[in-house]
Design a protein around this ligand. Structure first.
Ligand SMILES: [Zn+2]
Length: 351
């Protein structure tokens, strides 16, 4: 895989995505599809905390939502003509290319172990993965991608064959995929803004990616200064999981999610110095694709944040609340509003 000689980021990554002035990351070929670049532990911990709070395993829900979301995503990146051709020639090249894409995104050390697709019962694809970023999410991704490739419904299972290494098998059923309901995608706002990240002269991606290490063989991206693992993913996938969770449990998932993110931030994961410097905080959010910081003000004991084009806004609300509590060293009370145009305002005052 080619990397940029100036910043070291994979060309496939900076070539296929755009970091826009509105603080968003979008796919070049499908600008309505947003992406985020997020600390892996943030995903894992928030799901762990939500599971703890609702007292249920979310694994099945995560696999199902991710399967539906990936189907829609891969459906746009693998042209229908290519699919028709491979169905009469070979599936291997496209499966290999998806495996490579997964490693570029930081999903883990993925390899193709076995593949049997003869368009009959018993067809399957088996992948190995070392250090999966989020195993249920990965399983859903594999099943969804395979549904696009095969045109049929797929199920998925996994087993850990040695510590940190899983074999993930997706089995292709004989039911055509067309019958399955599609995911309702959330529409995000995308106003131009002032979140201009410095551009790398080598590849056109954000220059700040030079602070990250891309181990493409291991499928692991990490921030050099902190050693924290990062991953690229779609926010809509997570929003879909949360919507389904709300539908199934009928609980106030907003409250639970804000609380989970607040607890996560209070574990001391993020650098509070970054938040108190407006420019750094704006860059931090824009690099991750979370939106454009319009304004942040600390006045007296009040923290107020105004953000355009947010995604996963409940995590952002929890983030601001957690930061308030870290900076002021006291409990906060949060109020927030997501305006019809998509702007998010969050205000925290002492509880
Ligand atoms: Zn570059």
């Amino acid at each position: 895989m080619k990397t940029c000689s100036a910043c070291g980021a994979p060309r496939k990554l900076t070539g296929n995505h755009r970091w826009l002035s509105g603080g968003t990351i979008v796919e070049k070929s499908n600008p309505s599809h947003r992406m985020i670049f997020i600390e892996n532990d943030n995903i894992l911990e928030v799901f762990n905390l939500v599971e703890e709070m609702v007292g249920l395993s979310l694994e099945r829900l995560v696999i199902e939502s991710q399967r539906k979301a990936t189907y829609d995503y891969v459906d746009t990146i693998v042209p229908s003509l290519a699919r028709k051709i491979m169905r009469v020639t070979s599936y291997k090249p496209v499966v290999r290319s998806l495996v490579e894409l997964g490693r570029t995104m930081g999903f883990g050390g993925i390899s193709l172990l076995d593949l049997h697709i003869k368009r009959s019962e018993g067809d399957f694809v088996q992948l190995g993965i070392r250090d999966a970023y989020f195993l249920p999410g990965f399983c859903g991704t594999v099943a969804g991608a395979m549904e696009v490739v095969s045109g049929h419904e797929c199920s998925v299972s996994y087993r850990e064959t040695s510590p940190g290494y899983h074999e993930v098998t997706t089995s292709v059923s004989t039911h055509p995929r067309e019958l399955v309901e599609r995911l309702q995608w959330r529409e995000y706002s995308n106003k131009p803004g002032n979140a201009a990240l410095q551009v790398c002269p080598g590849c056109g991606g954000p220059e700040i990616l030079a602070d990250y290490d891309f181990d493409l063989a291991a499928g692991v991206i990490s921030r050099r200064a902190s050693g924290r693992r990062m991953v690229f993913n779609g926010p809509a996938e997570f929003e879909a999981i949360l919507d389904e969770l709300e539908g199934e449990l009928g609980e106030d998932i907003s409250r639970i999610l804000i609380e989970a993110q607040r607890r996560f931030v209070k574990m001391g994961f993020y650098d509070t110095g970054e938040v108190q410097d407006t420019g750094m905080f704006r860059d931090h959010l824009a690099l991750r694709g979370f939106g454009n910081l319009k304004d942040i003000s600390f006045s007296g004991e009040r923290l107020r944040v105004h953000l355009e084009n947010p995604c996963l806004h409940l995590l952002l609300v929890g983030l601001v609340l957690g930061f308030f509590e870290l900076v002021f060293k006291r409990e906060g009370k949060v109020e927030w509003e997501l305006a019809p145009g998509g702007d998010l305002t969050v205000e925290v005052t002492p509880a």
